[in-house]
Design a protein around this ligand. Structure first.
Ligand SMILES: *[C@@H]1O[C@H](CO)[C@@H](O)[C@H](O)[C@H]1NC(C)=O
Ligand SMILES: *[C@@H]1O[C@H](CO)[C@@H](O)[C@H](O)[C@H]1NC(C)=O
Ligand SMILES: *[C@@H]1O[C@H](CO)[C@@H](O)[C@H](O)[C@H]1NC(C)=O
Ligand SMILES: *[C@@H]1O[C@H](CO)[C@@H](O)[C@H](O)[C@H]1NC(C)=O
Ligand SMILES: *[C@@H]1O[C@H](CO)[C@@H](O)[C@H](O)[C@H]1NC(C)=O
Ligand SMILES: CC(=O)N[C@H]1CO[C@H](CO)[C@@H](O)[C@@H]1O
Length: 428
């Protein structure tokens, strides 16, 4: 008797589970669409049990557009029938619509859909078949949602995918097969998630042509040394648990600022390296310094930079705020050096003599306990005529990417002896 009851119970539980999974959404036909050109707003379907259905009649004015934008709406489910009515759509943006769920049928008919932007919604769980019918996608933006986990095979149908943006979600892990077989994928953004590690095989199928990978602001503790073989831009900044970094890849630009880095070893050819604001960084090995073009090491704990004597292609070097550095490293082989920044307080002047030999040096920034001095030369003749009153705005244009600190005194070599006061500029 007891046994029978138990069996009955199991049976009932199974039935109700099946019913629950195949539960149909209540279809609600949209009567009017509030659109300005191809941007439609005020769709109000917040009930998770209901899905909006767009009739051919209601979308007829959108037939001439290759992109459709829905925003400022409340859509618990992605509306049905969009691509059946509008098969010409190349881009579809659903922005800040509180979207929670997507049925795979929504992409039925999306034969031209290349760019899908679902940024800034409430997506938490995506069914593994979600993108099964969106096979032409090249760019997928899922940033600013609440995704906690991704099914291993969810992106598998997206064989043409070039770019994926998963930034600002709650991802704790990424399975090593997540990007499997996506051989066109070039750009992956995982910024601002909760990732602790990356599997060594994660980019197995992208090794040859991954151009951008970014996992800024996560909890990464280590990066497998051979995870990349070639990458243009690699961003790992703001991973405070990352103590050591050893990479064998060829990297055009590495950004790993504001981590807890203590040791960094780069065995492949690297062109630009940004490691500033790692206060504990005391060991840096770059095996091919002859290829280095940019090196930013401000606010680190390094004491020796001997490899810089071989860095003959160096263009930018920032050594500001390295208290352990007793002298400027020998950089006289860097004949093309254009920008140099360092802190003077702790340096002996033995190697200062090389500065005049650096003929291309046009930006020199020297910090000391009283402030900073910036020396600029080789300015554009057209711009810097004798009588010109240089103002801070023009200077900012000139320095492009350099952000002027507060109360910076600027001296220009042509103006030495000029009765005018040195210029004071800076961000406020
Ligand atoms: C949500 O939609 C379902 C199906 O149409 C309906 O039964 C239910 O009452 C709705 N809930 C609310 C809160 O409106
Ligand atoms: C992705 O979505 C986010 C959030 O809406 C937005 O800020 C970002 O610009 C989008 N990126 C692209 C390439 O559309
Ligand atoms: C990804 O989304 C973030 C956050 O919205 C945005 O800042 C970034 O530009 C996007 N990146 C790409 C490559 O789309
Ligand atoms: C910096 O290095 C010195 C040794 O050179 C060490 O004593 C000190 O603790 C280091 N500082 C940090 C913040 O790691
Ligand atoms: C280096 O600079 C720091 C901070 O400015 C100072 O406390 C320290 O005494 C200096 N060390 C030497 C050897 O001058
Ligand atoms: C572990 C460690 O020293 N982390 C530091 C890296 O640099 C940033 C910015 O300077 C500091 O905030 C961290 O404490």
């Amino acid at each position: 008797m007891l046994m029978l009851n138990y069996l009955n119970y199991i049976l009932i539980a199974l039935i109700s589970r099946v019913v629950c999974e195949s539960q149909k959404l209540e279809e609600v036909t949209v009567k009017t669409l509030d659109c300005r050109e191809n941007t439609c707003t005020n769709l109000d379907y917040p009930n998770i049990s209901e899905v909006a259905f767009l009739s051919a009649e209601v979308t007829k004015n959108l037939k001439g557009y290759e992109s459709l934008i829905l925003h400022s709406s409340s859509l618990a489910n992605l509306p049905r029938n969009i691509f059946v009515n509008l098969p010409q759509l190349v881009e579809f943006d659903v922005l800040e619509c509180q979207l929670q769920s997507i049925e795979k049928e929504c992409f039925d008919g999306g034969k031209n859909l290349k760019r899908l932007n679902l940024g800034g919604n409430n997506l938490k769980i995506l069914d593994r078949n979600t993108f099964k019918l969106a096979t032409e996608l090249e760019e997928l933006n899922l940033s600013d949602n609440q995704l906690e986990d991704l099914s291993t095979t969810i992106f598998l149908p997206l064989k043409k995918l070039l770019k994926i943006n998963l930034s600002n979600n709650q991802l704790m892990q990424i399975s090593q097969n997540t990007f499997s077989q996506l051989r066109s994928l070039k750009s992956i953004n995982l910024n601002s998630n909760q990732l602790r590690e990356l599997a060594a095989e994660l980019f197995r199928d992208q090794r040859k042509h991954l151009s951008e990978f970014s996992a800024r602001n996560n909890q990464l503790e280590r990066i497998p040394s051979n995870i990349f073989s070639e990458v243009e831009l690699l961003t790992l900044s703001f991973n405070p648990q990352l103590r050591s970094l050893h990479l064998t890849a060829k990297i055009d630009e590495l950004q790993a600022t504001n981590c807890g880095l203590e040791t960094v070893k780069l065995d492949g050819r690297v062109l630009g390296v940004q490691l500033e604001d790692n206060l504990s960084l005391n060991e840096l090995k770059i095996s091919q310094p002859e290829d280095l073009e940019q090196l930013y090491l401000a606010n680190t704990n390094l004491s020796r930079l001997d490899f810089l004597s071989k860095a003959s292609k160096l263009v930018d070097l920032d050594l500001t705020g390295i208290e352990n550095l007793l002298d400027l490293p020998k950089i006289s082989s860097a004949r093309g050096l254009e920008r140099l920044s360092f802190t003077y307080d702790n340096l002996t002047s033995d190697h200062m003599d090389m500065l005049p030999q650096l003929k291309d040096l046009n930006y020199l920034e020297i910090s000391h306990d009283k402030g900073r001095e910036i020396y600029i030369k080789d300015l554009d003749e057209d711009f810097f005529v004798e009588e010109a009153e240089l103002n801070c705005g023009q200077l900012a244009d000139l320095l492009e990417f350099v952000e002027l600190p507060k109360d910076t005194t600027i001296l220009e070599d042509r103006l030495v002896g000029d009765p005018r006061m040195p210029l004071r500029c800076g961000t406020t």
